[in-house]
Design a protein around this ligand. Sequence first.
Ligand code: FMN
Length: 235
Amino acid sequence: MTTAAPASAPGNTPLATHPSADLVDYLLRRRSTPIKSLSLPGPGPAAIQTLLQAAARVPDHGRLFPWHFIVFAGESRKKVGALLKKSWLTEEPDAAPAKLELEAERFLRAPLVIAVISRFREGKHPLWEQILSAGAACQNLCIAAHALGFGTNWVTEWYAYNKTFREGIGLDERDHVAGFIYIGTPAEAPAERDRPDLSAITTYWEPECTLNKGAAYGQPGMGLPRTGFSIEKKD
Ligand SMILES: Cc1cc2nc3c(=O)[nH]c(=O)nc-3n(C[C@H](O)[C@H](O)[C@H](O)COP(=O)(O)O)c2cc1C
């Protein structure tokens, strides 16, 4: 049994549409901030609550609430350092002390880190759809943080897949880390990065048409995996 969402509160009235030139402009120009540029101040307790509410208000097939949020604020960003060290030793048993110290400080790179966990609920709704909903939670969280004046960076990095770390923060083996969202105040304006040619990834469908593949199709890293691949990582 999952926890029910709170009843509609003032300010929580559903909106079907919200025409906003600002929002469209933002979406067409949004960018992540490099983690090293995420400075103080970070969101305070009220802002964190707003971010979590935004993250929990995403499309979710079956009202399963298939996510869990873990907040690393203040001292907990430092305390998780011991677990990061222990986890890195499972990756590199001979790691030098300086490297271990560096790993221990990962969560101190930004004022706030929120882990979005894709938490699979048993039933008729596919795992794939539940994972997609967790991705939407990550992006809602980022957009809400930007609207509050903060920069974000959505990463997974090695510790999202490290057994010791996953267990150490309380994950079940069926949980997946959708992302660690690093949040803070951007120290500088981000540079642009390449964006796709829309014609290569879009088809206006007609009977008998072939899907656009674009000039990059077939180049290393842009090809397709073998058929029948699974979304579950297999070692
Ligand atoms: C699920 C997911 C995991 C990611 N993990 C990493 C990561 O571990 N390291 C990294 O440098 N970027 C990672 N990224 C990419 C960044 O979040 C970011 O999207 C990217 O740098 C592109 O910048 P933009 O958001 O400004 O378009 C990840 C993105 C997604 C969606």
